[in-house]
Design a protein around this ligand. Structure first.
Ligand SMILES: Nc1ncnc2c1ncn2[C@@H]1O[C@H](COP(=O)(O)OP(=O)(O)OP(=O)(O)O)[C@@H](O)[C@H]1O
Length: 232
């Protein structure tokens, strides 16, 4: 589904070079729920950004669905990203001036309309139902709790039915009860067929995924399959 081959990522400014990732070879298979852990600055977000086609490697190749994409033009990368990938961030990234329903519709605005399928509004409603927020559609983000905001962000990530969900510390800003709720939703999405890659600092969240990749100083230092503790 996503393959990273011989990846190296160097950030260069006029004065400093930072080797953020080195010698990364990692294949995420369809249907997997993979977590990435490691100390601050070890390259976790960089790795997720490369998988999400938000950034390009300095050397090596990124493949999505067997297709090498590193040489794609920006416009083609943007289309592929919109069709295949949903993003969830630690700080939600909702637009405060838009209602919950409007926020969830955003990824669909970049797609050509499918005249025969359900309307954008209907798809957004369905996504909000999946995360249990049907009763908050007219609210604005400032009127929601942190856990509810993250559920809106998840609805926005899944509204276009992407094959892959990338989540960067999705429970990082939440207390443990809300974090557990978000984790249960992600587990359910995975059980329904989504491939998920999640960066986390929390071992108890990582234990609820299928596979744990550990990074240290930009290198992969562990890759293990886990016995899943459903935690539901
Ligand atoms: N845009 C950038 N320009 C220069 N250096 C960067 C840039 N982004 C990240 N880095 C550096 O690359 C390394 C990896 O950063 P990254 O954000 O991927 O780490 P992380 O593991 O996600 O950290 P954290 O857990 O603190 O979020 C760090 O040393 C960081 O300082």
């Amino acid at each position: 589904m996503i393959a990273l081959k011989n990846i190296e990522k160097v950030y260069r400014t006029s004065t400093i070079e930072t080797l953020a990732l080195t010698n990364i070879n990692l294949t995420v298979r369809a249907g997997e729920f993979l977590s990435i852990m490691g100390p601050s600055g070890c390259g976790k977000s960089t790795l997720l950004n490369l998988m999400g086609l938000l950034d390009a490697p300095s050397t090596g190749q990124v493949e999505i669905g067997g297709q090498p994409v590193t040489q794609y033009r920006d416009v083609d990368l943007a289309r592929l990203r919109n069709q295949k990938i949903g993003f969830i961030f630690q700080s939600f990234h909702l637009i405060n001036d838009l209602s919950v329903l409007d926020n969830v519709e955003i990824p669909l605005l970049y797609r050509k309309g499918d005249e025969t399928g359900p309307s954008r509004r209907e798809l957004a409603r369905q996504a909000l139902e999946k995360v249990g927020l049907s009763n908050r559609m007219k609210h604005f983000p400032s009127q929601l709790s942190g856990g509810q905001k993250q559920r809106v962000a998840i609805a926005r990530a899944i509204v276009g039915q992407p094959a892959i969900i990338l989540a960067d510390e999705p429970t990082g800003n939440l207390d443990s009860a809300m974090g557990n709720e978000i984790m249960s939703i992600l587990q359910q999405l995975n059980a329904d067929g989504s491939t998920i890659v999640m960066v986390t600092h929390d071992e108890s969240m990582a234990k609820r995924t299928h596979r744990l990749v550990r990074l240290f100083d930009g290198a992969m230092v562990g890759d293990s399959l886990l016995m899943v503790n459903e935690g539901r």
